[in-house]
Design a binder for this molecule. Structure first.
Ligand SMILES: [Zn+2]
Length: 85
């Protein structure tokens, strides 16, 4: 399929920023995660959002761990204080 090869080339050019997908109104590039047709970037809105959600979850987890560690330190310190006093 000749068009298939051309489409791939176009997708490559779009991904590398050499072409704008808006120049090809009938063409979309597949989302790298789910394959949905998108017009720019690498991920569709849905996958982009879930990526953001993943990132936020990761950041929240980091924050939570930091807080737990902070609390542990406080507790340890407090306990030491109690033992002393
Ligand atoms: Zn997607």
């Amino acid at each position: 399929m000749e068009t298939g090869v051309e489409e791939r080339l176009i997708i490559k050019f779009v991904r590398t920023g050499k072409l704008r997908i808006s120049q090809f109104p009938n063409l979309g590039i597949p989302c790298e995660k789910c394959g949905a047709n998108i017009k720019s970037g690498r991920l569709c809105g849905k996958c982009g959002n879930s990526l953001v959600t993943d990132l936020q979850a990761f950041e929240n987890e980091e924050k939570r761990l930091t807080e737990i560690q902070g609390n542990d330190k406080k507790n340890t310190y407090y306990m030491k204080d109690e033992q002393k006093g």
